[in-house]
Unconditional design. Sequence first.
Lengths: 239, 108
Amino acid sequence: MTPRAEFLAGVRAEMPILLGVFPFGLIYGFTAIQAGLPPLAAILMSSIIFAGSAQLITARLIGSGTPGLVIALTAAVVNLRHALYGASIAPYVKHLRPLWRVLIGYLLTDEAYAVAIAYYLKTDAETHPNRHWYTLGAGVTLWAGWQFSSTFGVLVGGSVPPALGLDFTLALTFIALTIPVLKDRPMLAAAVCAGAVAVLANDLPFKLGLMAAAFTGIAVGMGLETYAARGQRASESAK
Amino acid sequence: MNDTPWLLFVVIGLLTFTIRFTPIAIAGRGLPPLLLRALRYVPPAVLAAIFVPELLMPKGAVDISLANGRLLAGIIAIGIAWRTKNVLLTVIAGMVALWILTLISMAN
């Protein structure tokens, strides 16, 4: 496919996810205004930091007068999972020029990563030499959707009724992205264990529960994979 | 809040970018096979860690009951996602289910 076709395919793939991102951007906008940030600062934070959960935490902590160092560390911990996304994407972008890799690094959010990695896994470099344009299309679409929705949230303040429960679309989006990848038992166990630990460790500070849950899920998945491989080898050698 | 902590924004922005970019920057040296195996489990683990608490504890405490509309709507959404693999359909079905369940609980 041509760069243009790849880019547009990436845009199309990211579109449905904007539905889940929009309420999240609104929530960030409300939170930042309620925390006392000036509207312009709240809007610009979306392109300077460009990470939803970290922006929410940052706005809340600024509002409560937390020292800057603690805020920066907290935001970094919340974003640590993005290192895993970077490492996951790395093998597919290592041949690209530095500017491309910087751009993809900046655009690598949860929602853009999910769409990009799914495409890298189902296509190969031989038939799709312009796959990075797909990643760019998905990333730029998410970026624009995030800027638009967070700006909208800042401007309309608290006038959308919370009773509509639109924040639930974020969980629904993640459900839609997770369920199709649970193709084998280790994957399923990784998701179930991570979910359980996230619930049990929800009271830990600084979103550490999320990190604990993620690493537990990864460990359980890898453990089961090793165990299954060993069982297979044992049954093969018995024949 | 009298003035904006622009410096803090820039520091967090740079930290965020560094976290995302470093693994990409060092990719040329090749990542250890064990790390690559681990990475396969990142998406299901991280995404489930974010959405499961939203279903089981929407108000901050674990609530496994018919009164928890988000849990029921989430289970319906999981079914739709499993059958259709369609993001938009899953989100719409989940929201409609939540609204219907909320209306039913208000009527009772």
